[in-house]
Design a protein around this ligand. Structure first.
Ligand code: TYD
Ligand code: MG
Length: 451
């Protein structure tokens, strides 16, 4: 009798090995190998069967200019690079409970209204549960097709018989193929099921949306395994406490990455946030020390955010420092720069830095705002009203240029800001048409004049 074969997978990146390894050669992570039984059938069977074997001339290949479908949810369409590309495979990842099912059900709602055939397959919820959710989201057209199933072979049959334009699979971790021995959610299953779905998408020209849960622990298949295979990877993220959600493209074969869409979770589903700056600055204290507005770029979009700091005398030998919404090490570094270049004793100060609104910003343009906000809190003086600050800070205290300065200034002017402290190098290239006073500085020492 043939011995049942098994193989070892890296649960982070999907690296395969015939024996267990302590460290994965693929992603260099430790202790990530899991053993799974394999039944080597043709992995790419469906995919290949549905494709032509003769090569085509470049000129004969149809491009897909018109082969896009607009969803009608502006923020979602933008992140996809201008609507859904027909026949594409899209992964929507995110923590459980963030709103992935809600987002995709809302997408189905819009598509059905455009007379598209849409099939929503859930392996997590019963048809009743889906209907209850749909009722919260408003009135649906009756034509939306629902299926509650986890066996991918049956799902495939159903897709082939209905032949919809868009399919949603919620979620990939619940789907299984019988001929793969391992449990649903394991690396082997996730790879095989995604492969089958890829075959369906490319072979039949159906756009397939896959939901994938991402958790630090507990999820057997690392998100990386899927990321390599699909056309587009979107992450739906947000702070558990804040109601806003950001949809972010981290990989897109049909558009630019780093594009974001901003939503707000309401009682009746997700609402688009068309002016994120206004949303982020909502409820900001006026004329308070320790609060500074800056402008960050998310994808191609400028968004105004508030940075806050609380600097106070420490009661311990070692000062406490925390950073929420930005890089902790960067904050420490900037405090060291202040200490050395401005001669202020930061050594015996606790410092708490926070980017309000739940955004996470790591771009260097935030540096100057962090310096400003720390100084503001330290001296207990506020910046002039309606002033924003952005720029990168170097180790000698020099203020360096940042990208897309003009867009940042334009956004600030639009939001009614009247003054802007920015790198001197950037000041020269900013068009004079914005109704805003520009203050170019080349060293953080000059910042002290305004605080
Ligand atoms: P869900 O889409 O089920 O998350 P996921 O599929 O990513 O696991 O969203 C669940 C959360 O969203 C839940 O905590 C309730 C909340 N919610 C609302 O606040 N308003 C709504 O209209 C809906 C449908 C859900
Ligand atoms: Mg869900």
């Amino acid at each position: 009798m043939a011995k049942a074969k098994s193989i070892f997978f890296c649960k982070e990146c999907g690296f395969e090995s015939s024996k267990w390894l302590g460290q994965c050669p693929g992603c260099k992570e430790w202790n990530v190998f899991v053993e799974e039984p394999v039944h080597r059938k043709s992995v790419t069977g469906t995919f290949l069967r549905s494709m032509k074997v003769e090569p085509s001339k470049l000129s004969e290949v149809e491009t897909s200019d018109q082969a896009r479908t607009l969803i009608g949810i502006g923020e979602f369409d933008r992140v996809l690079g201008g609507g859904i590309v027909n026949g594409s495979l899209v992964l929507v990842g995110g923590d459980p409970g963030i709103g992935k099912s809600t987002l995709l059900l809302q997408m189905c709602k819009e598509l059905v209204e455009q007379m598209k055939t849409v099939l929503y397959i859930s392996g997590e919820e019963s048809l009743r549960q889906i209907k209850m959710r749909a009722e919260r989201l408003g009135s649906f057209k009756e034509e939306l097709l629902l299926l509650s199933e986890t066996n991918l072979d049956l799902v495939e049959q159903s897709i082939r018989s209905v032949n919809p334009q868009v399919v949603v699979i919620d979620s990939i971790q619940t789907m299984f193929k019988e001929d793969v021995g391992s449990a649903p959610g394991s690396v082997g299953q996730v790879r095989e099921t995604t492969n089958t779905l890829m075959g369906i998408a490319k072979g039949l020209g159906i756009s397939v949306f896959i939901v994938g849960h991402v958790t630090k622990e507990g999820m057997v298949a690392g998100p990386r395994v899927l990321e390599h295979m699909v056309d587009t990877v979107l992450y739906f993220e947000g702070d558990g406490n804040a109601s806003y959600r950001v949809l972010r493209a981290v990989k897109n074969r049909f558009g630019s990455t780093n594009e974001i869409g901003v939503f707000e979770m309401k009682d009746s589903g997700l609402k688009e946030v068309n002016n994120p700056s206004e949303y982020m600055l909502d409820g900001m204290p006026e004329d308070e020390a320790g609060s500074v507005v800056t402008c960050t770029i998310e994808g191609t979009r400028p968004i105004m955010v508030e940075a806050q700091a609380l600097v106070c005398q420490t009661n311990f030998n070692l000062p406490r420092r925390t950073a929420v919404g930005t890089d902790f090490n960067r904050v420490n570094l900037l405090m060291a720069v202040i200490e050395k270049r401005l001669g202020m004793r930061m050594m015996d100060c606790d410092a708490y830095v926070n980017v309000a609104g739940g955004m996470r910003i790591t771009e260097p343009a935030l540096d100057l705002a962090i310096v400003a906000v720390i100084l503001s809190s330290y001296r207990n003086r506020s910046l002039p009203e309606k002033m924003l600050v952005f720029g990168e800070v170097g180790l000698t205290g020099e203020v360096r240029s940042v990208n897309m300065a003009d867009q940042r200034v334009a956004e600030a002017a639009k939001m009614g800001f009247t003054a802007c402290i920015l790198p001197k190098v950037n000041q020269k290239v900013i068009s004079a048409s914005h109704n805003i006073k520009l203050i170019g500085i080349s060293n953080i020492k000059e910042l002290l004049d305004y605080i």
